[in-house]
Write a protein that binds this ligand. Structure first.
Ligand SMILES: Cc1cc2nc3c(=O)[nH]c(=O)nc-3n(C[C@H](O)[C@H](O)[C@H](O)COP(=O)(O)O)c2cc1C
Length: 308
């Protein structure tokens, strides 16, 4: 087996081409992100809702609590991984997006990964921090075209990488409407080669493409690298590790899940999400008629070992 190549995003180089996907709320915080960064990947804190179960929530309004808790989380991660590559995932769809992005850049984060919407103003919010790499998450070529054109025109810069999330396989929020799920045109096999070709031929830049969604083991990584991706973003597989910030019961819930338990449910930001069936998801589904369950794989990994 060959050694995996390093991954360069902007000025930051990780020994392994593995990004741990940001997972809210507090599924990926300082512990998981720093552990992945120390293991040679890129560790990502999800900025969403960090204030909710922080000490700040009692004294401040939610957005201020989120901001203060994010600063703490970044400081803690940097303390645990002084040399590692650490990023923040901020979702465009949340109302305190701009504050969370600005706070991340000011707090010394290396990269910002941003999806759940098109991050048109991301370069503006980080303008004073040119070393912070900016990485939009997209599911289609259409979004890439819009981002490249707008960023070049308004800010004279391009993204440092793109995460291509396959909505037919990924856990969490999905960048496709419910009725589009299952469409093979959204699969990595289709989107990644098209995107790589587009970036080379029309944008003329060597912008790395990162594949996300259903990446589980080394052969999945090899498969997407052979399609032209330069790295992978992995979420679900990290949930059941010791290092993951989630409550033990949440991890156990994943360990006990079987493929039939994986369903598509509407998320609070109005997008479909792939989740394990539970009471909250059932409630959300009752509001939406005809949502078919979609099968995926359940995580059974217990300690943090990068699938290299
Ligand atoms: C529990 C959970 C929470 C997530 N939270 C976020 C989030 O806050 N922001 C985001 O952009 N993506 C989020 N994601 C998506 C992940 O960052 C990643 O792209 C996705 O999990 C990749 O698919 P995989 O789970 O099949 O590896 C979440 C995923 C999971 C499973």
């Amino acid at each position: 087996m060959t050694i995996l190549p390093p991954l360069r995003i902007g000025k930051h180089i990780a020994p392994y081409p593995i990004i741990q996907g940001g997972m809210g709320i507090r599924i990926s915080a300082a512990n998981l992100a720093s552990a992945v960064a120390n293991a040679g990947g890129m560790g990502i804190i999800s900025a969403v809702g960090l204030g909710l179960n922080s000490p700040y929530f009692k004294k401040h309004k939610l957005f201020e609590a989120n901001r203060l808790a994010l600063i703490d989380e970044i400081e803690k991660a940097r303390h645990l991984s002084p040399e590692g590559i650490l990023g923040v995932n901020a979702m465009v769809a949340v109302r305190d997006y701009e504050t969370l992005v600005r706070t991340s850049a000011e707090s010394g984060i290396n990269l910002i990964i941003s999806g759940a919407g098109i991050p048109l103003k991301l370069p503006e919010y980080t303008a004073n921090y040119p070393d912070v790499a900016l990485v939009p998450i997209i599911s289609s070529l259409r979004a890439v075209r819009i981002i490249c054109r707008k960023w070049e025109k308004l800010y004279n810069r391009l993204p440092d990488a793109f995460v291509v999330e396959n909505p037919n396989r990924a856990g969490g929020h999905l960048g496709a409407k419910s009725h589009e799920l299952g469409n093979p045109a959204l699969n990595s096999e289709q989107v990644i080669p098209d995107l790589v070709k587009y970036l080379h031929s029309e944008v003329g830049e060597d912008i790395p493409v990162i594949a996300a969604g259903g990446i589980w083991e080394r052969r999945d990584i090899d498969r997407v690298l052979s399609l032209g991706a330069k790295g992978v973003q992995i979420g679900t597989r990290f949930i059941t590790t010791e290092e993951c910030d989630a409550d033990r019961r949440y991890k156990e819930f994943h360990l006990q899940a079987s493929p039939e338990d994986i369903i598509i449910a509407p998320s609070p930001v109005g997008m479909p999400g792939r989740v394990i069936r539970n009471a909250l998801a059932e409630k959300a589904m009752q509001r939406v008629a005809g949502v078919p369950p979609v099968v995926a794989t359940a995580s059974r990994q217990r300690s943090l070992v990068l699938p290299i």
